[in-house]
Design a protein. Structure first.
Length: 440
């Protein structure tokens, strides 16, 4: 029955019917989060069927030749009964069957989106609309694991170096994550400012001492440059602005767990450190509609320093980007959701949800409800963002610990500033907050 509901059906058959396992771990004192380790890799076969046609088949497991291994992935998401998984193919292929070998890769993920929300789909669309360098491709699928129905998953590309179709860095380049789960990795970098970075490329097991020394020196240089305002020569400012603005648009509640990836194309002095993509949208649209994203004011990464910097280059680029995309992005995103509402995928997703809910013994909303809730939140947030950008709360919200608002700002001479032209204007004046005056 489930195979006929319209979504592609992904079948996993492991050798001997073995289930992957993991250990659950908690952070040391001074760190936070919870995660897993010792995740077992179970060999087997994966294949995908849609409307009677086999779209993909890894074949039976043969080391280095065919088949795949599968393991539990994620951090807090791995604590749920319905586990997320990582699939590693023995032979690089495109599991999304796009008919082009440049999409071939060995690394794929099954994440839990589509069963009760559309947050990853919405986040990926904003990632695309705002112009990030790479947006992971995906497909909703129904999953059977050794004959047992496991529910709706999103089969997606993962964050990997792949110059043909994923993140384009040379062999001498790097992909790092500013990672709250650094304590669960074998190797990590700690900066003088107390930021922790883990390795996506090169793998922490493969990085050699000269690479480690070089990468550590770049990260330290960037951190110092952001602090002293000389960052324009070492970071791709527009990519950093895209990342923050995307999360401000999405209203992401989790500033540390939003998977902050930085990349550098190669080890030459001419390439900049950039941000290539967003990942992990569990916390989007969880804030009030009149708030910046947590990353905007959080000290976990460098955005608070960038928005309150003696060098206004980042802030200027952030405003310029908003002026370019602000007038149409929300309309484009909501139009996309309205089109999705009546799409074959949405109808198949809705038809599959009762089986998902029965399998995991919970009740959730419909696809229509997800779309309606998202549109309602986005429209309210859009109105606030337009006003906040116009009154420059992007910076003023962080001055003197005053509450975020978009009330009037006046100079010491009594003139109202509708759009202050510089940081210096924002740092001197009278702020009117809910009938009270604050002198800055």
């Amino acid at each position: 029955m489930i195979i006929s509901l319209g979504l592609p059906t992904l079948f996993i058959e492991t050798v001997g019917g073995e289930e992957p396992t993991c250990d659950y771990v908690y952070p040391p004192e001074g760190a936070f989060g919870k995660s897993i380790n010792n995740a077992t890799k179970v060999p087997g076969r994966v294949y995908i069927v849609h409307l009677g046609d086999t779209l993909y088949d890894s074949g039976r497991y043969a080391d280095g030749i065919s088949g795949m291994t599968i393991k539990i992935r994620g951090n807090t998401s791995a604590y749920s009964d319905k586990k997320p998984f990582k699939i590693r193919l023995e032979k690089a292929s495109d599991m999304l069957s796009r008919g082009d070998h440049r999409y071939d890769d060995r690394h794929w993920a099954l994440i839990r989106d589509g069963n009760s929300s559309l947050k990853t789909m919405i986040g990926n669309k904003v990632n695309q609309l705002i112009g990030m360098a790479y947006t992971p491709a995906y497909e909703y699928v129904n999953v059977f694991f050794n004959g047992d129905y496991r529910g709706i998953y999103m089969l997606t590309e993962t964050i990997r170096r792949n110059p043909r179709c994923r993140i384009n860095v040379a062999k001498s380049g790097f992909i790092l994550e500013c990672d709250p789960y650094w304590w669960n990795e074998d190797r990590y970098l700690r900066t003088p400012d107390g930021k922790y970075f883990t390795f996506k490329y090169p793998d922490d097991k493969d990085v050699v001492v000269p690479q480690l020394t070089y990468i550590a020196s770049v990260v330290k240089y960037v951190e110092n440059a952001i602090t002293d305002g000389t960052y324009m020569s070492c970071i791709d400012v527009r990519s950093f602005a895209r990342w923050l603005l995307a999360h401000d648009i999405l209203g992401s509640k989790d500033g540390a767990g939003s998977n902050i990836f930085i990349t550098k194309y190669d080890d030459s002095d001419t390439t900049l450190v950039s941000m290539s993509t967003l990942w992990d949208f569990d916390s989007i649209m969880k804030l009030s509609t009149d708030e910046w994203s947590r990353a905007h004011n959080d000290t976990f990464f460098y955005f608070k320093v960038l928005t309150n910097n003696v060098n206004t280059g980042f802030l200027d680029e952030y405003r310029r980007l908003w002026q370019e995309i602000g007038p149409h992005l929300f309309d484009d995103l909501i139009g996309y959701l309205e089109d999705f509402r009546t799409s074959p995928t949405a109808l198949s997703l809705q038809a599959s949800r009762p089986y998902e809910f029965e399998r995991w013994n919970y009740v959730s909303s419909s696809v229509d409800d997800n779309i309606n809730d998202a549109i309602s939140w986005l429209r309210q947030h859009e109105a606030w963002l337009h006003q906040a950008m116009m009154t420059d709360d992007v910076v003023a919200a962080e001055l003197s610990g005053m509450p975020q608002t978009h009330d009037a700002i006046y100079t010491l001479n009594g003139f109202r500033l509708t759009s202050p032209s510089s940081i210096s204007e924002l740092r001197r004046g009278v702020y009117v907050r809910k009938g009270k005056k604050y002198l800055k």
